[in-house]
Design a protein around this ligand. Structure first.
Ligand SMILES: CCC1=C(C)/C(=C/C2=NC(=C\c3[nH]c(/C=C4\NC(=O)[C@H](C)[C@H]4CC)c(C)c3CCC(=O)O)/C(CCC(=O)O)=C2C)NC1=O
Length: 169
């Protein structure tokens, strides 16, 4: 598991270099965005249950066949498994936001995930829709909380979506 700082140091250490101008610039960017990253992670932590619930409702409104017999959120068990998965994506996205690095998503969430969904027959495309709905909700909350540039919020959600579905978002 890596964050922006350990990733950078690892690269420089591999080639035995001191931190150069590029390294310093990217470290500066990281530290400058630090307060906003922590603020967004705090918003997520404090509102996780409601984000997941509302994003679930929006997803089932957009893809209503999931809830119908034969759909993958039909039955209480599957419905809760789906919302539990959404909660995983949100929680790990909040970690990746603080780390400013998506490596932990690869290691903790994405490894073997596509195979798991495929073997259970759970459709990936609507799951990605759910991840994108959560992204938009978090960005809106961050804007309302007065964070000017919320573009960094895209990174973990888009990484999950892209790697999970192997299509570009
Ligand atoms: C922390 C990393 C992590 C992830 C990501 C994870 C995902 C995960 N989701 C699963 C199931 C599932 N996931 C869903 C998800 C959905 N159903 C829908 O209609 C939607 C498309 C979607 C929600 C957005 C469903 C329905 C199941 C149960 C499938 C079944 O057992 O029939 C399973 C199979 C085992 C189980 O049911 O617990 C795993 C491993 N587990 C982990 O440990």
């Amino acid at each position: 598991m890596r964050d922006a700082v350990t990733s950078l140091i690892k690269n420089y250490d591999l080639s035995g270099r001191y931190l150069d101008r590029n390294a310093i610039d990217s470290l500066k960017l990281y530290f400058e965005s630090g307060a906003a990253r922590v603020a967004v992670a705090t918003l997520i932590s404090g509102n996780a249950a409601s984000i997941v619930r509302q994003a679930g409702l929006a997803l089932f409104e957009e893809v209503p066949e999931l809830l119908r017999p034969g759909g993958y959120a039909y039955t209480t068990r599957r419905y809760s498994a789906c919302l539990r998965d959404m909660d995983y994506y949100l929680r790990y996205a909040s970690y990746a936001l603080v780390a400013a690095d998506n490596n932990l998503l690869d290691e903790r969430v994405l490894q073997g995930l596509r195979e798991t969904y495929n073997s259970l027959g759970v459709p990936i495309a609507p799951t990605v829709v759910g991840i994108q709905i959560m992204k938009d909700m978090v960005k809106k909350m961050a804007q309302e909380a007065g964070i000017d540039d919320v573009s960094f919020v895209d990174q973990p959600f888009d990484h999950l979506s892209r790697e999970f579905s192997e299509v570009s978002v």
